[in-house]
Design a binder for this molecule. Sequence first.
Ligand code: CP3
Length: 367
Amino acid sequence: LSATPAASIAAAAGSPFVRACRRQTVPHTPVWFMRQAGRSLPEYRSLRGDGSILAAIADPAVAAEATVQPVRRYGVDAAILFSDIVVPVHAVGFGVDVVPGQGPVVERPFRSASDLTRLRPLEPAVDSPYVAEAVRLAVAELAPSKVPLIGFAGAPFTVASYLVEGGPSRTFARVKSLMHAEPGLWTALLDRLASMAVAFLTAQVEAGAAAVQLFDSWAGWLAPYEYEQWVLPATRQVLERVASLGVPTILFGVGTGELLGLMGGAGADVVGVDWRVPLDQARRRGGGGRAVQGNLDPALCVGPWPVTEAAARRVLEEAGTEPGHVFNLGHGVLPETDPGILAELVALVHAEGRAGVTEGGRTAVAG
Ligand code: CP3
């Protein structure tokens, strides 16, 4: 492991991905895919076998290899660490497992103030040292290609939703009930999860992650007043504390069309958008001053290619020519996606993206 974390972060500052996050000019539109590491890749399936995903995450060599696989396969402009949003709560012993085809499942859901004792502060070096080790291995592997690594954490609300509901939910009835009925307990829960997210993200950046994404996947199930009152403060706290690390931050959620104004003010450099809001409108709703990431419908990546191509061209059109677009899907890659289609998609975005793209890479690097 040659380069220091600080050196790899400095090197990443010139990458198209980091430059687009900062709304600087780029030689081509950068692209990566949420859930690019995963079951759509045959090499991932053979690496992983049938074991628990939390065990794979806790094995730095396996996690680093799963992180780098999509870069080799697709030529994407960023890698995302192979991990999960429930790793910190799992690491402090809250009692979480991840069930294949279902998602996180909690043995004893969060119900009352006494459950706060099961959420002690995360000490990454002691509780989850395998995360920083996987980051270091992946960053070393990526160094020759100069592809930056994105670290990530679950946002307080989305992690809380699993802890309170006990697993995936369609209604979020229990978590909404707790938020409305016991605002003091709710705030205490979100404060703890915010601190854990900061610790988790800091450890990843200190190990060499060149950007971070906060996944608030289920925030779109909230009304704007709920988001503003009970979720935004803890989210903002995470983003503000992470900002001092000096790497770009991305805030993403699904179904957040009505929340984009609030999310744009949460402190992230980039706002992730799903496929429901055209990017030109998303840029306006985000209040300007932020880059956007997205937003091809993952369902349209299943193919056939002409369907994917037409939809991708529409996204590029809506992204326009102003700097600050990171191409992505509107949510994660579906397991049934043909990897060949995603490889073609990367080539199309590199050739046709126009947001902040200058003629010839050299001018771009100076811009
Ligand atoms: O490629 C990447 O995006 C990096 C790895 C990554 C995983 N989880 C690995 C994983 C990332 C960024 C996550 C984040 C995550 N985990 C989120 C936020 C992103 C989103 O999708 O909104 C959420 C909500 C979770 C919780 C979670 N973990 C769910 C809902 C599932 C799916 C269950 C299933 O099997 O469909 C998981 C499991 C999981 N995490 C898988 C992967 C690759 C799939 C299961 C496996 O390979 O065993």
